[in-house]
Design a protein around this ligand. Structure first.
Ligand code: AMP
Ligand code: MG
Length: 289
């Protein structure tokens, strides 16, 4: 047992939203993917706090759901971006998984289908936006339009460059309709990614997660970093800020995203909706049964 109390009790020395919020012009290549910005404590401390925060997160989400059921117009959208193995799926299971699934609208975005391509890249995104009362979760998103589309040259540069302004205009519209947007970029190091891919290849129960194209993406890491850098600089806005989360330590990224999501829900400041029936009268009716 550690004697130093600081080692036993982890805490945020800087709130996660402050420690992780992207500041335009920051050099992404200088970020330490194994870092734990704002957090002072061990892995065990982090895991303990995560479990505690789960109760609060579930309570906040239930308030949002209740709000939606009583005609409220608020919702939350968690956007997850990150290269393969950065832990997007783990965030969905371990963070979003702490709340009631009936209040979650989850959507993963892969290579667009023929129909999706014909309808324009925002069509499938709009269709997946959370309805009032819901927490929406995007595993990849409209931002792929300035990531894979740029790196793999799926569109001419003049075309994908226009998307920055389009993405910002779209998100301003979504925010104005009552959706609190939290965008998370999970940053995994090249070494850690290699380990995680090796594990996927070693374990038959992980083969389903592996895609031979993951190696091709690895070979283009510098291009992806440049694309991420510009995406962060160009699409971090007041209504839809990016939070850049180091992802080599999964316990940290999960704790950090939990804090960001809880913060977004807390900022809605939702109480429990008042009953739209006479509580005393209903108690009397029930007693009489
Ligand atoms: P995964 O997240 O591992 O299921 O992989 C999804 C794949 O879909 C990734 O290789 C993405 O690059 C690809 N993808 C997602 N959105 C787009 C898009 N808008 N255009 C082209 N490819 C995309
Ligand atoms: Mg993948």
């Amino acid at each position: 047992m550690a004697k130093d109390p600081a080692r036993r009790t982890g805490r945020w020395t800087t709130p996660a939203d402050e420690a992780l919020r992207w500041v335009r012009g920051t050099d992404l290549t200088a970020l330490d993917p194994a870092g734990t910005p704002g957090w002072a404590g061990t892995r065990a401390d982090g895991e303990k706090l995560l479990a505690d925060r789960g109760d609060e997160l579930a309570d906040l989400q239930e308030r949002l759901f209740a709000h939606g059921r009583s005609g409220g117009d608020r919702s939350v959208l968690l956007v997850l971006q990150g290269l393969d193995t950065s832990g997007k799926g783990g965030i969905v299971r371990h963070v979003v998984g702490m709340v009631d699934p009936q209040g979650v609208m989850h959507r993963g975005f892969g290579v667009p289908t023929q129909e999706e391509r014909e309808r324009g890249y925002l069509w499938r995104i709009r269709n997946a936006l959370p309805r009032p009362g819901y927490v929406g979760v995007f595993d990849r998103s409209h931002h792929e339009q300035v990531l894979v589309v740029r790196v793999d040259k799926l569109e001419p540069e003049a075309t994908w460059r226009r998307h920055y302004d389009e993405l910002n205009a779209f998100e301003a519209e979504v925010a104005a309709s009552g959706t609190e947007i939290v965008k998370v970029a999970l940053m995994v190091s090249s070494d850690e990614q290699k380990k995680r891919l090796a594990k996927r290849l070693d374990r038959p129960d992980k083969h389903w997660k592996y895609n031979p194209s993951d190696i091709d993406v690895r070979l283009k890491l510098p291009e992806y970093l440049a694309a991420y850098q510009e995406m962060l600089d160009r699409t971090s806005t007041d209504v839809a800020p990016w939070y850049v989360v180091p992802a080599d330590r999964k316990w940290y990224s999960r704790l950090a995203v939990t804090e960001l999501l809880a913060g977004a829900l807390r900022s809605l400041d939702l109480g429990w909706p008042p009953a739209d029936f006479d509580v005393a009268a209903e108690k009397a009716r029930l007693a009489a049964t």
